[in-house]
Design a protein around this ligand. Structure first.
Ligand code: ASP
Length: 219
């Protein structure tokens, strides 16, 4: 699993990548942000770090010992990667501070050791009170290559609305490298957009009162 979290006031960030057996990897990412001088911990050392803080564990689903690289690579050639189990969030507090986070089990047919966009600051998540907060889902390889979360924030700084910024960057992802993704985008003044170039994206929003709104598609 991979996870990252970032806040927009001091640009503090924390992330873990390739961790196993932690129930909430985002909590480990937050501890990296709050308790260390680092941004990203990986693999067994990230797991050790989580154990040091007694984070809840779960039974790990590790890669099988007899791993067939040939089979995985053949499957990757046959079909586009399916995604599953990713959760992202963006938030704004009363003082105008934005934050973004993402946590994922990755994509189908991934090789052990593969790291997606979610723990990479600027790719899967970004937050800056001067631009906004972005959390991405989708095929990480494309999101990484175009540094999508930071690109959307750069569009926000230029004065574009969250909807326009997300649409333009996602279009570029599709046209330049046939990428596939969805974005949660929130600006410090409270405007937000949920955009995707995938057939579906389940997401919701809540403004602090009443019921949250949840949908499976966003035009
Ligand atoms: N972005 C994640 C990854 O590539 C997967 C996902 O969003 O579903 O690891």
């Amino acid at each position: 699993m991979d996870a990252a979290i970032m806040e927009g006031l001091h640009l503090k960030a924390g992330a873990v990548a390739s961790v196993e057996g932690i129930l909430h990897p985002i909590t480990a990412a937050r501890l990296v942000m709050e308790e260390t001088d680092h941004v990203l911990l990986v693999g067994p050392f990230a797991g050790k770090f989580a154990r040091h803080f007694n984070l809840d564990r779960h039974r790990s689903i590790s890669a099988p010992r007899s791993l067939s690289y040939d089979r995985i690579l053949a499957k990757q050639k046959r079909s586009r990667a399916e995604r599953h189990g990713t959760v992202g969030a963006v938030a704004l507090d009363r003082s105008g501070t934005v934050a973004a986070g993402a946590s994922t089990g990755g994509i189908d047919s991934m090789l052990p050791g593969r790291v997606g966009d979610s723990p990479l600051i600027g790719s899967g998540v970004y937050a800056d009170n001067r631009s906004g907060a972005v959390s991405m889902t989708g095929t990480g390889e494309g999101i990484i290559r175009l540094v999508i979360a930071k690109s959307i924030c750069d569009h926000l700084v230029m004065g574009k609305s969250p909807a326009v910024a997300a649409r333009q960057v996602l279009r570029m992802l599709v046209s330049r490298i046939h990428g596939s993704a969805g974005a949660l985008v929130l600006s410090p003044d409270g405007r937000f957009a949920i955009k995707h170039v995938t057939p579906h994206m389940a997401a919701g929003w809540w403004n602090g009162t009443g019921q949250p709104t949840v949908r499976g598609q966003f035009p």
